[in-house]
Design a protein around this ligand. Structure first.
Ligand SMILES: [Zn+2]
Length: 98
């Protein structure tokens, strides 16, 4: 992913992951489970905070579904976060992600 297209969460995560790999690569390669666990928690958090396009527009675009948990949401409200799983949602219809 190009740096210019990253949000601040992705950028921070990318910096930390790069730092771990580069400066501490032996530990990273051996990767104990605690390291892996905490790394995954951050990756999941960043993923959740990064807008994902809604899917499966239903009923003439009155509803769309969360791309993660498939919960349907009313498109009139354009809620920022899925009420069920917390995924940040992108309601834009352009091909290029924000
Ligand atoms: Zn969801």
């Amino acid at each position: 992913m190009e740096k210019g297209n990253m949000n601040k969460y992705q950028e921070a995560l990318s910096y930390i992951l790069h730092d771990l790999e580069f400066n501490d690569f032996i530990r990273y390669k051996n990767g104990n489970d605690v390291d892996k666990y905490h790394r995954q928690v951050l990756i999941d958090l960043v993923k959740k905070a990064t807008p994902m396009k809604v899917v499966n527009w239903l009923n003439n675009k009155e509803m769309a579904c969360c791309p993660v948990c498939n919960q349907a949401h009313d498109s009139e409200e354009l809620i920022k976060y899925c009420l069920l799983c917390g995924q940040r949602l992108d309601w834009s219809e352009d091909e290029v992600a924000i």
